[in-house]
Design a protein around this ligand. Structure first.
Ligand SMILES: [Cu+2]
Length: 499
């Protein structure tokens, strides 16, 4: 909820020496998870409108907000106007370790000027921004920037603004302590509210209804689901170029998508056991990115590290085993990079594939739509609550553009669950699978002749496999994630079968 702070003071410490007059100037903080923003003149202008509410809240909050004990008298007011600069400057060095600032808590005497020497000692791009507007800008690993926070009059919150980083723990709390010149820190009572991560994204995504998603899918071409046979070369060369762009989800809602070669999923590669894959990763984005090919057996140290914008990375592996293998960006937070589109599949054929008439690939993924134009909503992502789902990147695209097949044709569908989080139980309405292959082995093969039949291919995040079936009658055969609430969010397509 929004923070309703009607005081004219940006103070956050609650040590108002004029507490006894608080009925005249109610100072309300409805939520301990407020965004801590200083009160604006706009807020002041609505005081009259909300005064009744404010008064009620003042009464409601009067007990818990009482200053209690500590008989004040120390004059530690933290309003900007009441702070007398000490003339002293506090210098603090801040680094990065993994997904945290070190230190992540700084104590500064009120009235001191604070200068932070920020070094991105992490392994990917970060920034450090403060609620006051002071920002380092995006820094590559190893870069340093001096930040001048000016005279400290109260607590200040800082964080890394790259998507998902704040939620992963990249916050920096500047605590204003004590009175000017009293560096003994006696007032570090620790009673400051811990402000939650109210990152202000409204996760409503109201426009992303099934109808809006389907209507939009109808206006664009569906991604071709046909999987061509593997070619015969044994040395395979590809370039994966990372870009970041804004894409439509519906006609009125866009999101920021990060992609390999401009599309999510990225390229679907196919080869044979023994083939060597040579991938050149090019980072044309604005932040660090990387690659992790599950199809390869290589030391992560050598190839699965983040590269900077403008850099390239050579990633080579030999495909030793059959499967439909996930690849994805492995830069933290991985859930965010995958949710924003950085995933795809490498198919290495088993040596005993049966002949089929049609072959398709479906990569299942989740969308965590936030405000218009934003990348995945970190709160929804963390809570594993996607608000849209897709096969091959676009919700409902094969409902809007059914896939055409003929009766009695034998069909194979490869399915990869790119996640980043949830399971896929792939089902084709009106059929049974005579063959189910999952993670390297036939679970069901041949059907009929004692081999049994199947109804779903069940895949957890990063699992893959294929099913084979033959539609006997003309009609419309929906294919779904049979976790049906997820089908209803977009993992639903149609095979249109004709004679
Ligand atoms: Cu990435």
């Amino acid at each position: 909820m929004a923070d309703l702070n009607l005081s004219a003071s940006p103070s956050s410490g609650g040590k108002n020496p004029k507490a006894s007059t608080s009925k005249e100037t109610p100072k309300l903080r409805m939520s301990p998870t407020g965004d801590h923003s200083p009160v604006s003149r706009t807020a002041g202008a609505i005081v009259g409108v909300v005064s009744v509410v404010a008064l009620a809240l003042a009464i409601f909050l009067s007990n818990p907000s009482a200053p209690t004990t500590q008989g004040t008298g120390t004059g530690t007011g933290t309003t900007a106007s009441s702070v007398t600069p000490t003339g002293h400057t506090t210098h603090v060095s801040v680094g990065v370790d993994g997904m945290a600032f070190t230190p992540n808590h700084i104590e500064v005497p009120v009235g001191d000027r604070l200068i932070i020497d920020f070094t991105n000692s992490g392994d990917q791009r970060h920034d450090l921004v403060f609620e006051t507007g002071v920002s380092s800008g995006s820094l590559a690993a190893g870069e340093t920037k001096e930040l001048d926070l000016g005279v400290i009059s109260g607590d200040v919150e800082g964080w890394c603004s790259l998507p998902g980083h704040r939620e992963m723990g990249m916050t920096l709390h500047v605590q204003a302590t004590g009175a000017p010149s009293s560096s003994s820190g006696t007032s570090a009572s620790g009673s400051h509210a811990h402000h939650g991560h109210d990152h202000g994204q409204d996760a409503a995504a109201g426009p992303a209804t099934p109808t809006a998603l389907t209507d939009y899918a109808a206006t664009i071409d569906a991604r071709d689901p046909v999987l061509p046979p593997a070619t015969n070369e044994t040395e395979r060369h590809y370039t994966f170029t990372v870009t970041e762009q804004t894409v439509n989800v519906t006609s009125s809602l866009t999101r920021e998508s990060w992609t390999f070669n401009g599309d999510a999923p990225g390229p679907i590669l196919r080869g044979h056991i023994g083939d060597t894959f040579h991938i050149t990763l090019v980072n044309n984005g604005t932040m660090s990115h990387s690659l992790d090919f599950h199809a390869g057996l290589v030391a992560p140290d050598n190839v699965m590290h983040s590269i900077e914008p403008g850099q390239t990375l050579e990633y080579t592996f030999v495909a030793k085993n059959a499967g439909i293998w996930l690849y994805h960006c492995s830069t933290a937070p991985m859930s965010m990079h995958i949710a924003n589109g950085m995933f795809g599949a490498v198919i290495i054929d088993p040596t005993d594939l049966d002949k089929v008439d049609r072959e398709y690939v479906m990569v299942a993924s989740e969308l965590y739509l936030g405000a218009d134009g934003q990348s995945a909503d970190a709160s929804l992502l963390s809570a594993l609550q996607p608000n849209a789902m897709a096969f091959n990147g676009v919700p409902f695209q094969y409902k809007a553009h059914p896939i055409q097949i003929k009766t009695n044709e034998r069909v194979r569908v490869w399915v990869m669950d790119a996640g980043p989080n949830l399971a896929t139980t792939f089902h084709v309405v009106g059929t049974q699978f005579d063959t189910v292959w999952r993670e390297g082995a036939y679970v069901i093969r041949g059907g009929g002749s004692g081999g049994g039949w199947g109804q779903v291919l069940t895949l957890g995040a990063a699992e893959g496999g294929f099913v084979e079936f033959t539609p006997l009658e003309a009609g419309h055969y929906a294919f779904v994630n049979h976790a049906l609430s997820l089908a209803e969010k977009g993992q639903l397509g149609v095979f249109e079968v004709t004679d």
